[in-house]
Design a protein around this ligand. Structure first.
Ligand code: PRX
Length: 646
């Protein structure tokens, strides 16, 4: 990593930014010294039905473990994202929607339009029997109705659980069952890069396994032919014809659940991360305004999918809470050609673009021409999220895309954190390629060693957060014990992020990547244990071990070692079968890039798979395998090295 390269805050940004270096120090200082009054003051950015008088009430200690924010407050999240803007900016654009196919018409919705659409959607949900506290699974393409559906749930107090449209029927069924969701919203088909995705057909397969499911609401997106099950499935366009244009917003306690979002961990099945209403919305709104220096009238484009936390917080909740214009894009950055993302920037005069390093690396590989063919004059700020950005991609983003005039906000955060945790503020912090720089106000990061000793000054170790913040997840759905054990047991009294981190001499934080068995493939977070479980479900597989190895574009690629049942012969055909198997068990993005058949895996005498060795072999770094003396059978390693897939 090239170090020492620093991009100071430009004079222009010093002048125009809401928060400068001194302002940041003050904000952060106050947030830590007097969090109670700091957060009650910040709470004023929301519209409360009952204003809270208590800010944080939490303890990370096992015998008194609890996390609450603004617990005596009452509000409605959808009213905060829509109704309160009607008076002042009812005719301002809330959502711009850009379709997959550039020859189709874009759409835009004012806040007044959004109010009507969300109310009507909410009325359909109510009529179908959805009530406060019910779980509603949302399996949608990137169409405006996806945003309407989230906000409609929030309006009536239903808890949404969005399942990314790339997940397989198996994965949908598991998530429906885990949160006992009787309702599901989907579309006939999705579209991406000119292809269709059979969403309704996937839901039908999932429904066969998910007995909790009672009603399926289907939005007509492509007009494709789909099967409808009488009594269970209804067309949204038919249901919405005769509902009222208004729907009162349900008063909700600040700690009432807003949504569940499943995410992968190092063990077991995906966890249902639960976020609640007041603290989450406050955090989404606060971080959106600060990190992106957002001002009314600007066009904000978060090029993520609504199926992930980035889409929840920075396509829907944060921007709309702030009265922003948020752009929603149905397609992918490089279709029909490598200029598309920049064409969309020009077409809608986007001011802030927020995307993932993996997308930038893919675009960078196409050269500078597709970028230079566009103007990008509207851009003033760039952002990245989801994985560490390599300095080369950072510099390309800065120099070629932003023509050296747009700061890059490298935001480190997680599904669990609700919003940005460590990120530069454009008017306050000098930028360093690959560095997330400084904690947001309210965030108290620490670096600890393996024994939990807090390291000071320049240091490298594991990243923990020493105090709660409003956007923190509140529990794992239905499994408070797992919540505590996963995040608070490793370093007592602290939230463990599972990320490694380094702090440099200026006190800037550099995220070095996960320290657990979670891998990040094209910005998709996956537990290696999940892929292993899928592989061993296949009748030919006795055992599997999955590791990540570096990949130029995807960040990491999936490398699987598979031991077959006795009597089963390895073959290319079986390799293909297993790759297809994983696609259907989890989703296309979880398909291994390489499967190496292995007669045995390297294990310790107590039977533990030595993943460190498997990672090194997959990376092709076999000269430094480290200590193999604890292996039960060292000969296994030679066989693995000889048969490595490059
Ligand atoms: O390893 C970190 C990486 O993504 C993980 C969180 O993944 P997920 O919950 O899917 O949320 C992604 C969107 C927030 C983290 O534990 N990560 C995220 N942002 C960065 C990052 N790693 C380095 N730099 C980042 N800016």
């Amino acid at each position: 990593m090239v170090e020492g390269q620093v991009y100071p805050v430009s004079d222009e940004w010093k002048k125009r930014a809401k928060v400068d270096a001194e302002g940041y120090e003050q904000l952060h200082g106050r947030s830590i010294a007097d969090p109670g009054s700091f957060w009650l003051e910040q709470a004023r950015r929301l519209d409360w039905i009952k204003r809270p008088e208590i800010a944080g009430d939490w303890s990370f200690d096992e015998d008194d473990f609890h996390i609450q924010w603004f617990a005596d407050g009452k509000l409605n999240v959808s009213a905060n994202c829509i109704d309160r803007h009607l008076k002042t900016r009812g005719d301002a654009t809330a959502i711009i929607w850009e379709p997959d196919d550039p020859n189709e018409q874009a759409k835009s919705f004012t806040y007044r339009d959004l109010h009507r659409e969300v109310c009507r959607f909410a009325n359909v949900l109510k009529r179908e029997g959805v009530t406060k506290g019910d779980r509603v699974t949302i399996y949608m393409p990137m169409i405006p109705e996806a945003a309407f559906a989230l906000l409609a749930c929030a309006r009536i107090g239903a808890i949404h659980s969005v399942v990314f449209a790339g997940f397989s029927p198996e994965a949908i069924a598991g998530r429906i069952t885990d949160c006992d969701s009787a309702f599901l919203i989907t579309a006939d088909e999705g579209r991406r890069a000119g292809r269709t995705v059979p969403l309704k057909a996937n839901v039908d397969k999932a429904a066969a396994q998910a007995r909790a499911l009672k009603k399926v609401i289907v939005v007509r997106a492509t007009g494709g032919d789909v099967a409808m099950t009488e009594g269970r499935d209804i067309w949204y366009d038919e249901a919405v014809r005769d509902v009222a244009d208004d729907c009162p917003a349900e008063p909700m306690g600040a700690e009432d659940p807003l949504f569940i979002l499943y995410t992968s961990g190092s063990t077991g099945k995906p966890k249902g991360v639960l976020h609640t209403s007041g603290g989450y919305l406050l955090w989404a709104s606060f971080t959106h305004e600060l990190a992106f220096d957002y001002r009314p009238g600007e066009i904000f484009w978060c090029a993520a999918d609504i199926g992930w936390i980035t889409g929840h917080s920075y396509i829907v909740y944060g921007p709309l809470a702030n009265g922003a214009t948020t752009l929603m894009y149905e397609g992918v950055p490089n279709w029909p050609d490598a200029s598309r993302i920049w064409q969309v920037v020009d077409k809608h005069r986007v001011n802030t673009l927020y995307t993932a390093p993996t997308a930038l690396r893919a675009l960078m590989a196409e050269g500078d021409e597709p970028v230079k063919a566009t103007s990008r004059a509207s851009l003033r700020l760039l952002g990245t999220v989801g994985e560490p950005i390599n300095p080369e991609a950072w510099r390309w983003y800065h120099h070629v895309v932003g023509e050296d005039r747009c700061p890059i906000i490298d935001t480190w955060w997680q599904t669990e954190t609700g919003g940005h945790m460590i990120a530069p503020l454009p008017g306050a912090h000098a930028l360093k390629p690959g560095c997330a720089t400084k904690p947001m106000p309210g965030i108290d990061p620490q670096i600890v060693d393996a024994d939990g000793n807090v390291l000071t000054g320049e240091a490298q170790g594991n990243l923990v957060i020493a105090r709660s913040w409003p956007g923190q997840m509140r529990t794992v759905w239905n499994d408070q014990e797992r919540f505590f054990q996963t995040y608070f047991a490793t370093y007592p009294g602290k939230y463990f992020t599972s990320d490694g981190c380094r702090r440099d001499a200026n006190g800037d934080y550099w995220i070095t990547g996960r320290v657990d068995d979670v891998i990040n493939v094209s910005g998709h977070r996956m537990g290696t244990a999940e892929i292993e479980s899928a592989l061993v479900l296949h009748e030919s597989v006795a055992e599997a071990a999955v590791v990540g190895r570096p990949h130029d574009v995807k960040g990491q690629a999936i490398y699987a070692y598979v031991t077959l049942n006795s009597g089963v012969e390895s073959s290319e055909e079986l390799r293909d079968t297993l790759i297809k198997w994983v696609r259907s068990e989890i989703g296309p993005f979880a398909a291994p890039e390489a499967i190496q058949f292995a007669p045995a895996l390297p294990k310790t005498r107590s039977g533990k798979i030595m993943r460190r060795i498997l990672r090194k072999i997959a990376e092709g770094d076999t000269s430094s395998l480290g200590d193999t003396s604890t292996l039960a059978d060292p000969a296994v390693v030679d066989h693995l090295i000889d048969n490595r897939i490059s």
